[in-house]
Design a protein around this ligand. Structure first.
Ligand code: TA6
Length: 287
């Protein structure tokens, strides 16, 4: 059996990273920059998450791949920077835990409002991201209103999954679910297909999506579950958008898909002193 470990290391650019290694052989790395889960490898050595070969790893710049955290604004739906600020801020490591025979090792990162966040979003809050690495990967988030004024926010795990070929990739579980198509100015419709497939750019927010979706690329499956989160997003940039993204390779759209979980359309409203918690889990499956 492999010895479990939780280590604080630095990446090639000197950025601090928490590296988790479970006794079952699973591994994950989490950047303090954005509390960003950058990789997750299963006990069978399957690399489940996609990371762009062109991603920039620098303070103030979002990482392209893994699990960016969207907070407190989704996309351009408001006056804040795109997808908010949580993904470009430096987080603290609050706690770490080896698996100690429980089959899970973990870490918790935290981030609080400060003068920089208050200059653009005038609220007091604290946030924690919990990462639990066991048979699968569980991510939990807690947002607390530590101020005197009520606020509302969007939150999402903007997860990039690695796929062997987008042409064979499908996301099932969304049939009959209403969505807004970001490529058609938010036009709303209902998903008619048993499985969402990819022949061009796809960028849809599914409202009140089921808590369990399945991603398949014909070689492997990943089960994506969520708790206390209402919406899901499916995104692949396809050829033209991939070419426009500076930190993304022209052909990389063939090897990734984002399946996101969060509260996007239905923003969370938090009274002073209250907290909100949500969770998403990924389980790797065979075909
Ligand atoms: O969640 C989908 C989306 O909002 C897309 O519209 C797409 O642009 C993507 O996120 C990536 O956004 P980013 O700011 O990371 O380039």
């Amino acid at each position: 059996m492999v010895k479990d470990e939780v280590k604080k290391i630095r990446d090639n650019n000197g950025l601090p990273v928490v590296a988790l290694r479970n006794s079952n052989g699973a591994r994950a790395t989490i950047y303090q920059h954005g509390a960003h889960v950058a990789s997750w490898t299963t006990p069978e050595s399957r690399d489940v998450l996609f990371m762009s070969g062109r991603s920039v790893f620098r303070p103030g710049v979002p990482i392209r791949g893994g699990v960016p955290l969207v907070f407190p604004q989704f996309s351009d739906n408001g006056s804040l920077p795109k997808h908010g600020f949580a993904r470009v801020r430096e987080w603290d490591v609050l706690r770490t835990g080896g698996d100690a025979g429980h089959g899970e090792c973990s870490c918790v990162l935290g981030f609080k409002s400060d003068s920089e966040t208050k200059a653009i979003w005038p609220f007091d809050f604290s946030m924690e991201l919990g990462v639990r690495l066991g048979e699968g990967l569980a991510l939990s988030v807690v947002v607390k209103n530590t101020g005197a004024a009520v606020f509302d926010f969007s939150f999402a795990f903007h997860t990039y999954f690695s796929v062997s070929d987008i042409a064979n990739t499908s996301v099932s579980g969304l049939q009959g679910v209403s969505y807004s198509d970001s490529l058609l100015n938010g036009r709303e419709d209902v998903e008619s297909r048993e499985a969402v497939t990819f022949e061009s750019e796809v960028d849809r927010i599914y409202f009140d999506a089921p808590d369990r979706l399945e991603l398949s690329d014909g070689v492997a499956r990943t089960e994506i579950t969520k708790r206390n989160m209402r919406d899901s997003v499916v995104w692949n940039p396809w050829i033209e958008k991939a070419a426009r993204l500076e930190d993304f390779g022209d052909d990389e759209y063939k090897r990734m898909v984002c399946v996101e979980t969060g509260n996007i359309k239905s923003r969370v409203q938090l009274e002073p002193g209250k907290e909100w918690e949500g969770e998403t889990r990924f389980e790797a499956r065979g075909i």
